[in-house]
Design a protein. Sequence first.
Length: 230
Amino acid sequence: MQETHSTPKEQLLEAALMHVPFDGWSQATFDAAIADSGVEPTVAHSICPRGAVDLALAYHAQGDAMMLAQMAQADLDAMKYSDRVAAAVRFRLEAAEDKEAVRRGTTLFALPMYAPDGARAIWGTADAIWTALGDTSEDVNWYTKRATLSGVYSSTVLFWLGDTSDNHEDTWAFLDRRIGDVMQIEKFKAQVKASPVLSKLMAGPNWLLSHVKAPQRMPANDLPGRWTRP
C-alpha cells in the first residue's frame, strides 16, 4: 500500500488543533503548531502568511472536503431535493469533529477585520453543496440559492454549538425547520409566477433580474458576478 504524506499546511493544522481550545486561532497557537509539527518557520510563514487565520480557513476547507466525500458516498438520489440539502448541511456539521475549534473560529470571523474571510468561507460551503447537488442555474437563482443556504448553514452552526441533546437531535430538527422555511419561500415564488396579476406587478423587477448572470468559475476566494446588456 502506498504511503500518503501530509503537506506542511496539513501538519501545521493537525498540530494547531491541539492548542485551539485553549488559545483560539491565535499567534500563540500558530507558534505552538510550528514547534510541534517541526515545519520550518520560514515555510510555515510562507504558506500561512496570516498565521492562525489561514489555518482556521484551512480547517474550514478541510470540513468542506470531508462533506463532499460523504455526499459522494451517500444515496442522495433516493431523497427529496430538500432532504438532500439538509443531508449535506448535516454532513458538513458532522465533519467538524472538534466543536471548540468551530466555536473559536466563529469568534475569530466575527471580528470586523476577518468577517469577509468568514463570509467567503460560508459562501464557499453553500456553493460546494449546490454544485455537488448538480445545480445548473445561470441566472439570479444562482445567487439566491447560495445566499439562502448560507443563512441556513450559519444559523444551524450557531444552534449546533449550543446543542447538548443526544446525538444533536435538536440541531437536526432545527435544520429541518429552516429548510422548511426555505421551501415556503420557493413555493411563494412559484405562486407569484403563476398569478397573472402578481406577474404584471413584478414585470419590472423580473426584467431587471433577468440580466443578472451566474459568475464564471473563478478562484474559490472570489465572489464575482456578471451583468449582461439588455
